[in-house]
Design a protein around this ligand. Structure first.
Ligand code: TXA
Ligand code: MG
Length: 321
């Protein structure tokens, strides 16, 4: 890890690190973000490792322009109004993900929606432009600790687990962005934040329901059965039964020849970060084959394994309907 002032050389170096799949902590106007290439599942998986997050919560993807946002998500008329008024700024919009979005599944936790914002900080914008990729960035703290508003907070918390920390001084706002769900006409607030709801309501010309029941249901990770594939899931499987697709992990099952109904090994070397990066795509790929069930091998429950198992339990939970 190197702590650098934000001169053009430092930005260029940081951009290269992100393009190569590394992690860079950078200042925004709200809090410091822990950034990775949002199109690279392996890089995004490292964010979860470094933060020590027990769950794959979907992350905010940062973009430099509204045009860049529209490549990733469909913005409704209201969403465009809000973007025009508040971007760059501390408003995050959760919108429907474009089918052609270059972002990886992991960054939106396998959901059909994605959270986007244009940060209002020169360093962040310079980094986004130099990288020429959307940058996924949660706050740059270890899970459960308070968000960092100065570069040395990041150093204290994450030390040399990140490749570079850009020091842009103190964050102006110091609290995270306000998160709105704009996937439907019934806009709801998912997280109160730096932009006052009243100001947003003024712009829209109507009230926004408080984070009540609707928001809770739409907010991922709250539902027991979340991002479930169509096929039922059988956990802790040692081998598939006839009609079952097989999601393997580790060195014991390396190739598909012996499995007729669909097979993916999410990490032959037993690497949990690689497994996390491959998990959602593997479930989708197997599900597309319409198996009777997807049998899933046991995943060790340490490190990112905890988050993987949390997601798998949700995928396997009894479905409503
Ligand atoms: O100010 C901020 O927003 C900071 C700076 C670095 O930009 N970032 C930040 O990111 O706080 P993060 O990833 O920690 O916050 C993600 C928030 C969570 O509340 C999450 O539940 C919500 O956004 N979120 C992300 N994607 C979502 C989705 N597809 N649906 C619903 N909520 C989503
Ligand atoms: Mg946070």
């Amino acid at each position: 890890m190197t702590l650098t002032e934000t001169n053009p050389d430092a930005i260029a170096k940081a951009a290269k690190i992100i393009q190569d799949g590394g992690l860079v902590a950078f200042p925004t106007e709200t809090v410091y973000g822990l950034g990775a290439d949002a199109t690279n599942a392996r890089a995004v998986a490292r964010i979860y490792t470094v933060k020590g997050r027990p769950k794959f919560n979907p992350l905010i993807v940062h973009v430099p322009t509204i045009a860049a946002a529209e490549i990733i998500a469909e913005l409704s008329a209201d969403a465009k109004t809000l973007a025009a008024r508040f971007w760059p700024g501390a408003l995050t919009l959760v919108a429907r993900r474009q089918k052609t979005s270059p972002t990886c599944d992991l960054v939106s936790a396998g959901l059909g929606t994605i959270a986007l914002r244009i940060p209002n900080a020169a360093v962040a914008i310079a980094l986004l432009k130099a990288t020429d990729r959307p940058i996924a960035a949660p706050s740059a703290n270890r899970s459960g600790r308070v968000s960092p508003t100065r570069a040395d907070h990041v150093t204290q918390d994450l030390g040399d687990t990140v490749d570079q920390i850009l020091d842009g001084g103190i964050c102006k706002l110091g609290i995270e962005s306000t998160v709105l769900d704009v996937t439907t006409d019934q806009i709801t607030i998912l997280r109160p934040g730096a932009i006052d709801l009243a100001v947003i309501e003024n712009t829209l010309g109507r009230r926004i329901p408080p984070a009540g029941d609707t928001a809770t249901v739409r907010s991922p990770g709250q539902l027991a059965s979340h991002y479930a594939p169509h096929a039922p899931i059988r956990l802790n499987a040692i081998a598939p039964e006839p009609g079952e697709a097989f999601l393997a992990f580790g060195v014991d099952h390396q190739n598909s020849a012996e499995f007729e109904d669909g097979f993916v090994n999410i990490s032959v070397t037993g690497n949990l970060e690689e497994a996390a990066a491959n998990l959602y795509a593997a479930l989708r790929d197997l599900d597309r084959l319409n198996p009777q069930k997807i049998a899933v091998m046991p995943i060790p429950n340490h490190g990112l394994g905890e988050a993987i198992n949390d997601r798998l339990r949700r995928a396997a939970a009894p479905r409503s309907k």
